[in-house]
Design a protein around this ligand. Structure first.
Ligand SMILES: NC(=O)c1ccc[n+]([C@@H]2O[C@H](COP(=O)([O-])OP(=O)(O)OC[C@H]3O[C@@H](n4cnc5c(N)ncnc54)[C@H](O)[C@@H]3O)[C@@H](O)[C@H]2O)c1
Length: 305
């Protein structure tokens, strides 16, 4: 059983509580491979961002990229399918557009979307993931951009608020990784990106406790999964936006804070959702294949790490 299957198996209710630890141990002890591993199902997919310049295509053949914009190779030509949670929102929408523009078929998971779902409901998330696979047959790229922003300081925080934020921001990402990582592993290639926040390093307000904690947890999950899934050809990274005046942020943030944050950035301009989308597009490109377990701050240089 592969590491990815062990992790999925355990989290789906396997009473063997040592399974994840053994899986990670097994992964850590693998002998480095001298050549790309053989994949169960080699695929030919045409993905944007390869050689051929802007808008050029690269042929993906079961784990290695053949830079070309000419169809060939004898296999079926398929595009990469990307799942974007929060894709009905500002940043998630920009990410969905960027991925569509680079040749992906995009499935949006949000409250109001083709795949409408409450991401705080585990059963609904698992059912929706299955629907995505039924509809598109595959998920090559998973972007988790949805978030609950509920505010409560330590004194006011109740369990329901805490659990709601963790369910949407953290747990839904886990259930989606469980659903999609095995298929990525079968194909020997996958990209997972969690949208976190530079508030992990610069918490702006005490009442963002549950939110900041959820983003820090996602970074820990990404680092752990990067190790667990790297040998399967799957990269797992985070992008940490800075304060971006989306409708959600504007509604939730006193106006003077935008000027204060901008004054502290190294780069003197407001961020826009496309700044985040471009960073994500890079991380899912074939050129970013050596980057995993990282968090890239796209925050105008507020946080220097
Ligand atoms: N805007 C900022 O300043 C900023 C800064 C740092 C990080 N971020 C992160 O960027 C991402 C997008 O933020 P945004 O400003 O575009 O916000 P947004 O509100 O426009 O997008 C969030 C999306 O998540 C969806 N969502 C929330 N709860 C859901 C649920 N239970 N079920 C299904 N969908 C749900 C919403 O419907 C919305 O479309 C979030 O992860 C956020 O934490 C934003």
């Amino acid at each position: 059983m592969r590491a990815v299957d062990r992790i999925s198996h355990f989290a789906a209710g396997d009473p063997d509580h040592d399974a994840p630890a053994r899986a990670l141990h097994n992964v850590a002890n693998l002998t480095p491979l001298a050549s790309p591993r053989p994949h169960k199902h080699a695929v030919n997919a045409y993905v944007a961002g390869g050689a051929g310049g802007r808008g050029g295509l690269a042929r993906y053949t079961g784990g290695s990229l053949v830079p070309t914009d000419v169809a060939g190779g004898g296999g079926d030509v398929v595009s990469r399918t990307a799942v974007v949670t929060g894709g009905a929102g500002a940043i998630g929408g920009a990410i969905a557009s960027a991925l569509t523009a680079t040749g992906h078929t995009v499935a949006i998971l949000d409250r109001e979307a083709d795949f409408g779902v409450d991401l705080g409901d585990e059963t609904a998330v698992r059912t929706t993931a299955a629907r995505v696979l039924e509809t598109h047959g595959r998920c090559d790229v998973l972007i988790h951009a949805a978030a609950a922003f509920d505010r409560a300081s330590l004194a006011d925080l109740d369990a329901a608020t805490w659990r709601r934020v963790q369910a949407v921001n953290v747990e839904s990402a886990l259930w989606l990784c469980q659903a999609f990582a095995p298929g990525m592993a079968d194909r020997g290639s996958g990209r997972i990106v969690f949208i976190v926040s530079d508030t992990v390093w610069e918490p702006p307000a005490p009442d963002l406790l549950a939110y900041v904690a959820s983003k820090a947890t996602l970074i820990g999950i990404a680092r752990t999964l990067a190790r667990a899934l790297g040998r399967e050809g799957i990269t797992v990274n985070c992008v940490a936006p800075g304060l971006t005046p989306t409708p959600a942020a504007v509604a939730d943030t006193p106006p003077e804070v935008f000027a204060e944050v901008r004054a502290r950035q190294a780069i003197d301009r407001s961020l826009v959702p496309d700044d985040i989308a471009a960073t994500v597009a890079f991380l899912v490109s074939e050129g970013a294949g050596a980057i995993t377990g990282q968090t890239l701050c796209a925050d105008g240089g507020l946080v220097l790490r």
